[in-house]
Ligand binder design. Structure first.
Ligand SMILES: [Zn+2]
Ligand SMILES: [Zn+2]
Length: 161
């Protein structure tokens, strides 16, 4: 089981997690992966994949900063690419959209995040996913929604909330 951190060459063993005011903080996407894998009370995270926007306008440099709207109770979420404005609904979220407020950092209040999906896999199939965000300004980590895959109505569970 490899970790697809999307930051090739990063040594996950050298990751340092800082803790300020009792909340987890991360230096980069690899730290988010480490945090996801350490969560208790949820399916084990076998894999983690950062979200990127590959709209043609980005060329060779995909977008990695997003505005995040998520409703953990209904299990819907979408990402809006900061750079190109492209909207990425998660799974069937567009069909069940509940107009949740945009995520903002509980520490510094700004709203731009890097996004990592933690994936629980059984027999190589993803059966559960957790949506984690990292504040691009202060590094604060948050779990904003999770999804039973492919159930339409996952039970509400928000890692780290
Ligand atoms: Zn984009
Ligand atoms: Zn912040």
């Amino acid at each position: 089981m490899g970790v697809k951190s999307g930051v090739g060459g990063t040594d996950l063993l050298r990751v340092t997690l800082r803790s300020l005011t009792g909340r987890p903080f991360a230096e980069d996407v690899a730290d988010v992966v480490t945090w996801l894998r350490g969560l208790d009370g949820c399916p084990s995270i076998n894999d983690a994949v950062p979200a990127v926007c590959r709209a043609a306008s980005h060329g060779e440099d995909p977008g990695t900063w997003f505005y995040v709207e998520a409703d953990p109770a209904e299990g819907v979420a979408r990402l809006r690419c900061l750079s190109c404005g492209g909207v990425h609904p998660i799974l069937d979220s567009a069909e069940r959209w509940t107009y949740p407020p945009a995520w903002s950092c509980q520490n510094c209040r700004q709203s731009i995040a890097e996004v990592v999906f933690g994936l629980h896999e059984e027999a190589s199939a993803v059966t559960w996913a957790a949506l984690a965000v990292r504040c691009v300004d202060c590094g604060n980590l948050d779990g904003v929604a999770d999804f039973v895959v492919p159930s339409l109505y996952p039970s509400a569970f928000v890692p780290g909330a």
